[in-house]
Design a protein around this ligand. Sequence first.
Ligand SMILES: NC(=O)c1ccc[n+]([C@@H]2O[C@H](COP(=O)([O-])OP(=O)(O)OC[C@H]3O[C@@H](n4cnc5c(N)ncnc54)[C@H](OP(=O)(O)O)[C@@H]3O)[C@@H](O)[C@H]2O)c1
Length: 330
Amino acid sequence: MSATSVKAMVCNAWGGPDSLVLADLPLPALGPKDVRIKVHAAGLNFPDTLMIAGKYQVKPAFPFAPGMECAGVIDAVGDKVTELAPGDRVMATTGNGAFGEMVNCPAASVYKIPDAMPYEIAAGFPITYGTTWHALVDRGRMKKGEVLLVHGAAGGVGLNAVELGHELGATVIGTVGSDEKAAIVKQYGAAHVINYSKESIKDRVKELTGGNGADVIYDAVGGDAFDQSLRCIAWDGRLLVVGFASGRIPEAPANLALIKGCSIVGVFWGAFAARDPQKNRANFAALLALYEQGKLKPHVSATFPLGQVPQAMQALLSRKTTGKVVITVP
Ligand SMILES: NC(=O)c1ccc[n+]([C@@H]2O[C@H](COP(=O)([O-])OP(=O)(O)OC[C@H]3O[C@@H](n4cnc5c(N)ncnc54)[C@H](OP(=O)(O)O)[C@@H]3O)[C@@H](O)[C@H]2O)c1
């Protein structure tokens, strides 16, 4: 396959959203197990803002386009790819490069989408739903009837955790930073919402659970939310460490884990998907089945064209968006 050049939102040095520029970016030749996707839409994730700042686990070589997930049409496939063909409608996790007209990625991280699934919905589906299923089911061993506490419940991964938790039979308590976000969290299935900018998470969770605490805690916020979680977790509870959107990586006093008989459980979906691709595909089959049954309704609160990725990132960082933010590519 020949190399080509595409219009993309390019990162030339570590920095904030305003350091990105719309420019031509060479696309490498296709590897034998890779596919090239013509991008119709791409999902924005909090980690994109970390990656361009040089604060993410993965630091690509410059110049690169950020963007970890997208939806579009297969444009070309490598010699060894048998399951996908040009013209297939797909969603994919790309590592980076999704904020461009075309992106190459391994066929192993591409999933065909239902005919009726719009690209703007599919674009923001894989990372947050993939992470959340893996967190609640594989890592959290969440059971019907348990109490699930979700921090940052109106955000990308958070709203998926509320929705999936409710669908899987948990009683969901969501936490948010402002009253305006409470309505959407309730709409997606939370029985209770706590505004952690003015209420104590610990006191409210104890009150709502008759002193028992939450069985599973989905924490993508870290900082104070994590500290309080260890003080309102139930016996044999599972505290899922998903992320640190608050900006502070917390430290856990080990005596609390002993006293509560609880587990602090790490969740790293990208690494899991690479280590156990078959299990990950089974998770996606379950998620897409729920979507096709109308049981998952992915929420996109804002869309921005490719040239406005910086504005999209600013909107995400200002904590004004809910659910997913999606980039559309003409
Ligand atoms: N472990 C994994 O495999 C994995 C996969 C995907 C994402 N993540 C992580 O999950 C976290 C959330 O990602 P996302 O894409 O869902 O982000 P998002 O849509 O921006 O949601 C983050 C939520 O965190 C809350 N928050 C609290 N303090 C904040 C602060 N200082 N700045 C920004 N937000 C703050 C916000 O809710 P309020 O305003 O209501 O407080 C916001 O809704 C990130 O840390 C990300 O790296 C982890």
